[in-house]
Design a protein around this ligand. Structure first.
Ligand code: B3K
Ligand code: ZN
Length: 881
């Protein structure tokens, strides 16, 4: 046993225990109402919480309430001071309580000292809260668990001049002036809710107001609060909110339920946004946009996140989770809903491709790494560590598979039944599946394994065509490899949406009037036979990515080109292009390892040439066809990951494509480079996307021409997408103008942190050996702020996550750099640290040297005397994997 191994064991022994799904017990006590009063001061905020509490059992058991970083002032039971309690490490135990009583707890908290941004904290000059998952316990002692649903009322008191707006959940019921320049506002939320949905905001804002009339005719007030001076960046968010409200009525028959819906944008926020009842708090990144400051992708991201949080009002708030292991009940479902929203409003294929890229580039790695867990995890140390791609994105894929198996109509019947049965309750994933099964009559018992089994299934496909009896036989074998958390794997219910192309590229009719069919793969091995197939067909497999699996079929280049040209599903066309690219990537990596020549055949180039010249393909799809598997995604293609060979082979292929199609890229660029008023609509977004993709390819080959184009584009452009597109080409192509255009951007935008995030991310992704020195110098940049999570993600996160080759530099400098930042962040904001560590823990298939270098860094973290549980959970799992 090495020294580092023994350190792991020692630390594991003295550290926090995991909580298990199987240990769930209903609470001994319930709380029907809680009346909160906040007297807001920077460092000494007073919180008074008065709850109506009932014991469920006859036996007198102590009441344990969670609490963290609180100063207790007093406890009263039925109005009388109470002293039979003990303060313990993570809360308070109150003894000898009656069966039903009024509990008053007075505490004091320090919002300014709260740099973890969980509980009540200050973002700039405003007070705001973040309670999910377990932040409410940093506000007062409480039964802070999602199955305790209570009616909340909140009175907020603060200085009137500094905090003219005092907001909380529900409807405003009272307000007034107090002594010493203070004032109060009172709110009542009529819907019982768990504490994680509580919110409070106090500040001075600009406010955009609007209204929405629901389909039953109720008038809802909409209010969007932003930092002063930002009103010109709120229009798109408001329009997105109204579209979300309308879409949920039309597609899911779900209507908003309060008289007011508020969104507040703050600059200091650990994630994207939070769906607090009636009072969403958003990272300003997902609210603020105008043509000058935001890219097309920002516009789309805002629409999606506004939709996501709004959709939570039903899937999350009205019906919530029984316990945190059920997180995917609300998150997987709500991601599915926001993906459908974006697809209905924009291009379905382009949205699908983006979602699948996230799965392949990141979720597959998580599922194969030390943090592997099913979408409904079975054990958790720090809940914040489970807001993962698996719970969210794979969770959404699981809902999507049910949608594929049931069809839209039955799926919607399932949703209606789910809402009818469980409105106002805290329920489980099993409850959701039962509603789907009962409403549709479709047996989902085997399907439910997706909730309890982790890992990405591999599906191996072979086929046989018998010309004498014109039958086509296709065989699927499924296998899920053991994962860090789970050794034994069972076969899953995998829907395979399939289409067969005949020798002319026409889709064969598989069901009356239909050219596709969804096969249900439920066994380890299964064969399906198609009759009356006149010639050997080309199978289009997993159309629309019908299941989150890795599949393999020995496609010839010609077959892949057929799919690229003729598949009826645009996703399949894109996917065939990816498969073709991956095939040659694997070949070239092997060639490098065997010291052989690299190559890319003519048929490959010709195939992509026809994509580029095609007049009927959506330009956005064309751009995606040229967005080839990233270095992260490529790692999934190998059992042993050779970082250098993947980088070199991939770069060779991109260079080859750029060189051989250079003139066409120039034509494409010029063709789409129109000067017109900026509109973030799908047609224009698509054109800009393809144009800027072409520009980056041009920058690989003709530096002089690219330099000209970049300067001209910056000079002429009237929007951030084109500005950034030009900057990206200058940066990735290391063009002569790079330094000057980066400096000009900095001079123009240095006061706007959100815009500078794009610049920091470009700096972090610079393909140059001195990128790390550059990044280190940027810590002193006038726009950088280490305490702001957005800045950190843009600089440190973008480097570690996207600049794969440099992050994994064999001298170990990338690993040491990231670890230095994590050590600084550990005590300040462990949640953000725990997100940034991801690329450092997914090392299992790397070469020995890199594995050793990474382990040294992980052991540095483990040796910290105050290592936060967030990091502890990941570091220990990584070291024992
Ligand atoms: N529910 C929140 C995420 C909370 C994360 C807590 N660490 C946002 C969302 O998924 O909509
Ligand atoms: Zn969510």
């Amino acid at each position: 046993m090495s020294q580092s191994d023994s350190l792991v064991e020692e630390v594991i022994e003295r550290n926090p225990q995991e909580k298990h799904l199987s240990d769930y017990r209903p609470s001994d006590y319930t709380i029907s109402t809680i009346d909160l009063e906040f007297d807001l001061f920077d460092s000494q905020t007073k919180v008074k919480a008065v709850s109506q509490v009932k014991r469920v059992n006859t036996e007198v058991t102590p009441l344990f309430l969670f609490g963290e970083s609180l100063t207790l002032i007093s406890i009263l039971v039925d109005g009388v001071a109470y002293s039979d309690y003990q303060l313990v490490e993570d809360g308070i135990v109150i003894n000898q309580l009656p069966a039903s009583f009024t509990l008053e707890i007075n505490t004091e908290i320090d919002p300014v000292a709260n740099q973890a941004f969980e509980g009540l904290y200050k973002s700039g000059d405003a007070f705001c809260t973040q309670c999910e998952a377990e932040g409410f316990r940093r506000i007062t002692y409480y039964l802070d668990r999602p199955d305790i649903l209570a009616k909340f009322s909140t009175k907020v008191i603060a200085d009137k001049a500094l905090y003219p707006y005092l907001l909380s959940n529900g409807n405003q019921v009272d307000q007034g002036d107090l002594e010493n320049g203070r004032h109060f506002v009172s709110w009542v939320d009529p819907f019982p809710k768990p504490a994680y949905l509580f919110a409070l905001v106090a500040g001075d804002f600009d406010c955009l107001e609007d209204n929405f009339v629901t389909k039953s005719g109720r008038d809802v007030k909409l209010a969007l609060f932003v930092d002063k001076g930002n009103l010109d960046k709120t229009q798109h968010a408001m329009v997105s909110l109204k579209k979300s409200m309308q879409w949920d009525e039309q597609r899911f028959n779900l209507e908003y339920d309060l008289d007011i819906y508020m969104i507040v944008a703050v600059d200091f926020f650990n994630m994207g946004a939070m769906e607090n009842k009636g009072l969403n708090v958003f990272n300003s990144k997902f609210v603020l946009a105008n043509s000058q400051s935001a890219t097309d992708q920002d516009y789309l991201g805002i629409e999606a996140v506004i939709g996501h949080e709004y959709f939570h009002n039903w899937t999350g708030n009205r019906i919530t989770c029984r316990d945190w292991f059920q997180l995917s009940l609300k998150e997987g479902l709500t991601v599915f809903r926001d993906q459908e929203f974006s697809s209905d409003l924009g291009s379905r294929s382009v949205n699908r491709i983006a979602n699948v890229m996230t799965m392949r580039d990141h979720q597959f790695a998580e599922d194969a790494g030390p943090m592997s867990h099913p979408i409904r995890p079975e054990s958790v140390m720090e809940m914040n560590n489970f807001y993962t791609l698996t719970v969210y994105e794979k969770g959404s894929e699981v809902i999507r598979m049910m949608h594929t198996l049931l069809g839209e109509e039955k799926f919607q019947q399932g949703m209606q039944l789910y809402v009818q049965r469980f409105d106002g309750q805290a329920v489980t994933c099993d409850d959701f599946v039962a509603a789907m099964q009962d409403a549709s009559g479709i047996d989902l018992s085997l399907f439910k394994r997706w909730y309890s089994q982790s890992g990405t299934p591999h599906v191996y496909v072979t086929d046989h065509y018998n010309s004498s009896n014109q039958t086509y036989q296709i065989t699927f074998k499924q296998k899920t490899l053991p994962t860090a958390d789970q050794k034994k794997k069972l076969p899953l219910h995998i829907p395979v949406d399939i289409e067969l192309l005949d020798s002319n590229g026409n889709a064969i009719e598989l069901l009356p009037g239909k050219t596709n069919r969804v096969l249900s793969l439920t066994h380890t091995e299964q064969t399906f036979v198609f009759k009356n197939v006149l010639t050997k067909p080309v199978p289009c497999l997993f159309r629309g990515f019908s299941a989150p699996v890795k599949y393999q079929y020995a496609y010839s280049d010609e077959q892949l080109l057929d799919i690229m040209s003729f598949a009826s599903d645009e996703f399949s066309r894109w996917d065939a292009g990816q498969t073709l690219f991956n095939k040659y990537l694997v070949k070239n990596v092997k060639a490098l390892q065997n010291v052989e020549m690299l190559s890319l055949p003519e048929i490959f180039i010709d195939g992509f040439k026809s994509v580029l010249v095609s007049e009927d393909l959506d330009p956005s799809l064309v751009a995606d066809m040229f967005a080839f598997t990233s270095e992260n995604g490529a790692r999934e293609l190998f059992d042993v990951v050779d970082i250098d060979a993947i980088h070199t082979a991939r770069d060779f292929m991109l260079q080859e494509i750029a060189t051989q199609l250079h003139e066409l890229f120039v034509d494409t660029y010029l063709h789409h480079n129109e000067l017109k008023a900026y509109q973030p609509d799908i047609e224009d977004i698509a054109k800009r996307k393809l144009k800027n993709s072409a520009l980056a390819f041009i920058a690989r080959v003709d530096k002089k021409l690219a330099n000209e184009y970049v300067l001209a584009q910056i000079d002429a452009c009237n929007n951030m997408t084109d500005y950034l597109g030009a900057l990206n080409a200058a940066n990735s192509g290391l063009l002569d103008c790079r330094a000057s255009v980066m400096q000009a951007f900095d001079d123009k935008w240095f006061e706007t942190g959100l815009v500078m995030d794009k610049w920091f991310a470009l700096q972090a992704s610079m393909p140059s050996d001195n990128v790390l020195q550059n990044i280190e110098a940027l810590f002193n940049h006038r726009s950088f702020d280490f305490s702001n999570p957005n800045r950190l993600r843009s600089l440190v996160g973008a480097f570690a996550q996207n600049n794969t080759y440099r992050f994994h530099n064999i001298d170990g400098s990338g690993y040491a750099f990231l670890t230095d930042q994590l050590i600084k962040l550990n005590s300040q904001n462990p949640q953000v640290a725990s997100r940034l560590i991801t690329p450092l823990i997914q090392f299992k298939r790397l070469d020995e040297k890199r594995v050793e270098l990474i382990k040294v860094q992980l052991n540095r973290l483990l040796a910290l005397p105050n290592l936060a549980v967030d990091l502890y959970e990941k570091v220990t799992k990584a070291l024992v994997q």
